[in-house]
Design a protein. Sequence first.
Length: 314
Amino acid sequence: MSKIILKNIVPAELAEKRLDQALNQLFPEYSRERFKQWIKAGFVLVDGKIMRPRDKVFANQEIIIKAEAEVETASEPQLIPLDVIYSDQDIIIINKPIGLVMHPGAGCKKNTLLNALLYHYPELAKVPRAGIVHRLDKDTSGLIVVARNLTTQTALIKAMQKREIKREYVAIVTGTLTAGGKISAPIGRHKTKRTLMAVTETGKPAVTHYRVLERFLTHTYLKVMLETGRTHQIRVHLAHLHHPIVGDQVYGKNKLLKNISQELAAELAQFKHQALHAYRLSFAHPSTHKNLEFSAPMPEDMQNLLKTLRESSS
């Protein structure tokens, strides 16, 4: 376990605040949820006593935290190649390939991005989820930011929650859209297929913005921006708009298109993953506060599909 020791005195301005709220203000590099976990585990002492997250603190009380940070010990390091776009002492930017699962789960214990990170950056064993901050679906390619320490991970998660990390995607969808727009529709678990997501009245708020980059006879090339980050959000929203992403084996309709060239028909037939790529990522560096922007080219098969669409539409 990675040891964390923190000490402080409750100032007058935090008197009568909840313990978890006071800790979050005294030590802003850690999240309030993490403090709740530490309080319940007995890692937090207030004047030598264990308290509950909702208990009030008072001026001049001494707070001592001796915590054991969650570490990644359940997964083994694996030599899996990584396309590293950028790295420094705090962050790593990776261009995730199609087919790579983010982290181990049911039915997939190995060969994930997390396993690869533990091999290339052994220090990430001391960071929850090996520093992974956000996710991409297995068959979505593109940019991911990874935190190299707990402080950076907490800062990036907070920035994500405040929508300060800008994520931009490109997608090729079925059908022709005449203009860009905004999709605001709540997303939750599918009523009958519990592993899938769907637009549902009982879901969480979800907002997706899109802009037309190119329009073809039977398809549209889009730039997509996330305002929220629900599971499968872009795929579900575009399918809800009746313009599913090409190759989406889950949310796509696989509608047979008429009057298309043999070349395009062949290209579409072999396209077995969603034509969705996280091509741009921008945010303020958690330590230097410098604005950073990264981009990654589309996978070759998406580029080939665009080429065929252009040729078929000319």
